[in-house]
Design a binder for this molecule. Structure first.
Ligand SMILES: C[S@@+](CC[C@H](N)C(=O)[O-])C[C@H]1O[C@@H](n2cnc3c(N)ncnc32)[C@H](O)[C@@H]1O
Length: 241
């Protein structure tokens, strides 16, 4: 797949089950020269690579890029910059590269930062995105929950700030909260205020080993937080399941 200047593919590997990867993702992963994946500086384990493992070619090199878990923007900026430079250096050699992300690369993903820096600093580089099935789509399928229908609306938001983003919602019948692993008590209160608590549930590690469906969201605040948790909720007077 080597060309004059390599292409970077941002690839979503889906929520966990390799069978949920797209054919395009699999075919591209098989062909690229270098496979990049993100790991936090605290552990060098990459779930995305594990999911795609059986499709990796013997000839492709796997490189882990470290992204610090910090709110210090100077440290983060430096890491994103260095990681983008590292990818660009491979493309410059004429190598094609894949950057693997869990779920979808355009949805709360580290790849988003790489894309921004790449566009800014290496606009000559060709980047292609291969979408993946997101965690909340997988959760909806797993639990047979309709995400949105008819003329309804659907809000996708982060739960990292608790219930803040869903307070006072009007005319939004359905919500998915990702990163619902801290401030869950506040999320619960906000769901109650919005008349959404009855038709809500949490799911941890959807489609992966250790998967757990938490029918009563209030239970979540009594447990140790699990980063891989999301909540789906809908208005209690909503007719759908
Ligand atoms: C940084 S976001 C990554 C989202 C991912 N790009 C996607 O498309 O779903 C991480 C959050 O996604 C959710 N998540 C990802 N995979 C999950 C899974 N298998 N089960 C439950 N939640 C998951 C959790 O809320 C987690 O805190």
């Amino acid at each position: 797949m080597s060309k004059e200047q390599g292409v970077l593919y941002g690839i979503g590997v889906g929520p966990g089950d390799p069978d949920l990867m797209t054919i395009k993702a699999v075919n591209t992963i098989k062909e690229v020269d270098v496979v990049f994946t993100a790991a936090s500086t605290k552990n060098d384990f990459s779930l995305a690579v594990n999911i795609a493992e059986k499709f990796l070619s013997e000839n492709s090199e796997v490189k882990t890029l470290y992204f610090p878990m910090t709110k210090d923007m100077d440290i983060s900026d430096k890491a994103w910059q260095e990681n983008t430079d590292e990818i660009a250096a491979e493309l410059k050699k004429g190598k094609s590269a894949a950057f693997l992300t869990l779920g979808d690369p355009m949805t709360y993903s580290t790849f988003g930062y790489i894309l921004k820096y790449m566009k800014r600093d290496y606009p000559e580089n060709q980047v292609e995105i291969i979408p993946g099935i997101t965690s909340y789509q997988a959760a909806a399928a797993r639990t047979k929950t309709i995400l949105v229908e008819g003329e309804e609306s659907f809000l996708l938001t982060s739960g990292a700030f608790g219930g803040e983003r869903i307070r006072g919602l009007k005319k939004i019948e359905n919500v998915a909260l990702l990163k619902a692993y801290k401030n869950v008590e506040d999320i619960t209160l906000a769901l109650e205020e919005n008349n959404m608590l009855k038709k809500s549930f949490g799911i941890s590690k959807c489609g992966r080993e250790g998967e757990e469906i938490i029918d009563d969201v209030r239970e979540l605040s009594k447990r140790d937080p699990d980063y891989w948790t999301l909540i789906l909720a809908k208005q209690s007077n909503n007719g759908s399941l």
